[in-house]
Design a protein around this ligand. Structure first.
Ligand SMILES: NC(=O)c1ccc[n+]([C@@H]2O[C@H](COP(=O)([O-])OP(=O)(O)OC[C@H]3O[C@@H](n4cnc5c(N)ncnc54)[C@H](OP(=O)(O)O)[C@@H]3O)[C@@H](O)[C@H]2O)c1
Length: 326
């Protein structure tokens, strides 16, 4: 049995629970491909799975300790083996996506061909493709699926310098919207370079109090409530937040009963894999055409996964943190 290196955790907790291990290279089932992982990502969702928070997530992850000991949702890598029923991929294909059963913090991972997986755009390197699925697909779900953003509409992206935010600014521009990006001083130039028409420094100006109204406010980092943002929404404006909280749930219920301004959220991971795959394929076309790029802040080797999680936990990464595996 051939062995591979991986980073595993035996208990929920701080980044240090992620420890190096050696384990058997998995064998693909009939509908799976074995992928040699080149790049994975560290996202807010990965931190939550490592911490086992919120606790409701443990219904899936394991109540007292993790059932799946190797984390990692996003991946980019090379197909090295096919399950006997697989006809849609071939050995040597460069692929990217997200695996619902996790495990990309390892040299190899098996992914079902019915999951969110596609061949990579040829113009991308693994580090640029690795973080795409979790974040850019989420942005598509919110801006296209939930908001139905239309050309000419005014959208504000709060947290425009983060992983969701950097994709959101570019995707909203692709959709023909007028884009305002909100970040701290040091990230304004980057947000503007990504295509934002207007940038606002949240350390100097409160976008909810400057009198400008938006059709859509997408809070990618859950830092501003619906209550705050209401005054900056047009009469039938929509507030979207990717970060679920109890107050947000109350706002969603209240706004669905009263008034024209609405609050919404969505859990992208709960969408059918086919829907997420379709979003990934749209994102792939944008990347192929050079209209969407991945901002990479830092790159860590797999052995330094705990350091990568610690850095992301600070809450100020610029775009994406990539884990280089092979
Ligand atoms: N619902 C879903 O389907 C879904 C899917 C994926 C992720 N998520 C969630 O979405 C959240 C965001 O994920 P992410 O990976 O995009 O985050 P991230 O990259 O870690 O966010 C970091 C960014 O947040 C910015 N930021 C921090 N404080 C801010 C503030 N007060 N105002 C505006 N910006 C601020 C920082 O900019 P500065 O350094 O300039 O402050 C930094 O660039 C996570 O909670 C994640 O779990 C949800």
């Amino acid at each position: 049995m051939k062995k591979m290196k991986a980073m595993a955790y035996a208990a929920y907790g701080a980044p240090e629970v992620l420890q190096p291990t050696e384990t058997t290279i998995p064998t693909p089932k009939a509908n799976e491909v074995l992928i040699k992982v080149h790049a994975a990502a560290v996202t807010g969702s990965d931190l939550m799975m490592r911490q086992g928070k919120p606790r409701i997530g443990r219904l899936y992850l394991g109540m007292t300790k993790p059932k799946r000991t190797i984390l990692g949702y996003d991946f980019a890598g090379e197909v090295t083996e096919l399950g006997e029923g697989v006809t849609t991929f071939k050995v040597g294909d460069r692929v990217f996506g997200g695996t619902t059963t996790l495990g990309s913090y390892a040299e190899f991972v098996c992914v079902s061909v019915d999951d969110v997986i596609a061949t990579m755009p040829e113009n991308l390197i693994y580090e640029q493709a690795g973080p795409v699925c979790g974040s850019a697909v989420t942005v598509m779900n919110f801006l296209k699926g939930k908001a139905g953003l239309k050309p000419g509409q005014k959208v504000l992206i709060n947290g425009a310098s983060g992983s969701l935010g950097t994709y959101a600014v570019q995707i909203a521009k692709q959709m023909g919207a007028h884009v305002t990006g909100v970040s701290s001083t040091g990230n304004l130039a980057m947000v503007q370079a990504l295509g934002a028409d207007v940038v606002i420094d949240y350390t100097r100006e409160d976008f909810t109090k400057n009198g400008v109204l938006y059709d859509v406010i997408f809070d990618t980092v859950g830092k501003r409530s619906f209550g705050d943002c209401k005054r900056a929404l047009a009469p039938h404006g929509l507030y979207l937040s990717s970060v679920l909280s109890f107050p947000l749930l109350l706002s969603i219920i209240r706004s669905s009963i009263f008034g024209g301004k609405k609050a919404r959220t969505s859990s992208t991971g709960m969408l059918p894999a086919k829907e997420r795959l379709n979003y990934l394929l749209e994102v792939k076309e944008m990347m192929k055409a050079g209209k969407l790029t991945t901002v990479v802040d830092k790159n860590y080797p797999l052995s330094q996964l705990a350091e990568a999680h610690t850095y992301v936990e600070l809450g100020h990464k610029k775009g994406n943190v990539v884990v280089t595996v092979c």
